[in-house]
Design a protein around this ligand. Structure first.
Ligand code: FAD
Length: 100
């Protein structure tokens, strides 16, 4: 985006079409989606064996998450982290659980 006189010139793209467009506009409205849906995560966090923690060193190395004692384990994924898309939610789950 750059200034062009008293207007803005925007370069627009899409992950799906790959067709870039350039438009001159008066205003740009950015929609960053909605807030995370994290109420259930925070309600369960104090009850979980791992206190809702992800071991990111293990995650990045592709190792299983460490056992955290008795009780259930809780991981925050998908839209509970941030409003994203189905691909992100499935990928979060895949990375965490592929080695279980
Ligand atoms: C209008 C709209 C359109 C979208 N379009 C697209 C699209 O075209 N492509 C795309 O990839 N993504 C799209 N998304 C985003 C996509 O829907 C989400 O990113 C994805 O569903 C996140 O998956 P999730 O499993 O993390 O959460 P969710 O799919 O929201 O699943 C969470 C589940 O937990 C349940 N739940 C919540 N609280 C409780 C509780 N206390 N007890 C029991 N159950 C509970 C909910 O009912 C829900 O079924 C869209 C989202 C919206 C709102």
């Amino acid at each position: 985006m750059s200034g062009q006189g008293n207007r803005l010139e925007c370069r627009l793209g899409s992950d799906y079409t790959g067709v870039p467009l350039t438009r001159q506009v008066d205003q740009v409205v950015v929609n960053n989606g909605t807030r995370p849906l994290d109420e259930l995560y925070f309600a369960l966090k104090p009850l979980s064996a791992n206190q809702g923690r992800v071991d990111y060193d293990a995650l990045v190395a592709g190792r299983p998450q460490p056992a955290a004692g008795a009780g259930f384990q809780l991981y925050r994924i998908g839209d509970a982290v941030s409003s994203r898309n189905v691909h992100a939610a499935i990928y979060d789950a895949l990375r965490l659980l592929k080695d279980v």
